[in-house]
Ligand binder design. Structure first.
Ligand code: ADP
Length: 176
């Protein structure tokens, strides 16, 4: 599933974010301590090798909604943006924090003049965000940014399950 929005092609695929060799910047759903963890964070750290934890911990801690960028080391990409997604709750700060993750990742990728970025479903695993709500925020934020990017031309959402893929593809299909 892909659509041309603004300056970018936005696409949704089912897959593993550590396996996106044609993408310059991948985004990690990290924790605030940037010390590695489970889920997509664990997969990224395993694939990048031990230098990633040293590089990212030096930049910690960060708050929910913030992000930092490191080299990708043994991953087949150039950079990794580590975003701390919010833990899902009914706190009104939570949706803007999730949106800030996507915006920050795009800004950091643009600072590196990257043309391509890949995202996982930030906060939609251990952090408990309902998939359809997480997908709507992700697509609306990336879709909005797509209208004013300088270097980025491709944003790929890499979803790990059929359920996640379908939620993100649906959100992409109704983006106006
Ligand atoms: P969070 O703590 O932000 O919720 P998780 O890593 O628990 O982060 O989950 C975020 C999403 O990433 C979930 O939908 C999960 O299924 C997915 N995920 C886990 N491993 C991978 C992977 N290797 N590539 C892409 N997505 C993944």
């Amino acid at each position: 599933m892909q659509r041309a929005i603004g300056e970018m092609t936005i696409e949704c695929i089912k897959g593993d974010i550590t396996d996106q060799g044609d993408i310059e910047v991948i985004v990690n759903a990290a924790n605030q301590q940037l010390k590695g963890g489970g889920g997509v964070d664990g997969a990224i750290h395993r694939a990048a090798g031990p230098q990633l934890v040293e590089a990212s911990r030096a930049l910690a801690p960060i708050s929910a909604g913030q992000g930092v960028i490191t080299p990708a080391f043994d991953l087949p990409n150039d950079w990794v943006v580590h975003c701390a997604g919010p833990v899902y709750s009914d706190d009104p700060d939570v949706p803007p924090q999730l949106a800030a993750c996507y915006r920050t990742a795009i800004e950091l990728a643009e600072d590196k003049a990257a043309a391509s970025i890949a995202f996982p479903a930030i906060s939609a695993g251990i952090y408990g965000y309902p998939l359809s709500e997480a997908a709507t925020i992700a697509m609306e934020t990336v879709g909005e940014a797509a209208r004013s990017v300088i270097s980025l031309r491709r944003a790929r959402f890499v979803l790990f399950s059929d359920e996640a893929h379908d939620a993100f593809a649906e959100a992409l299909s109704i983006l106006t």
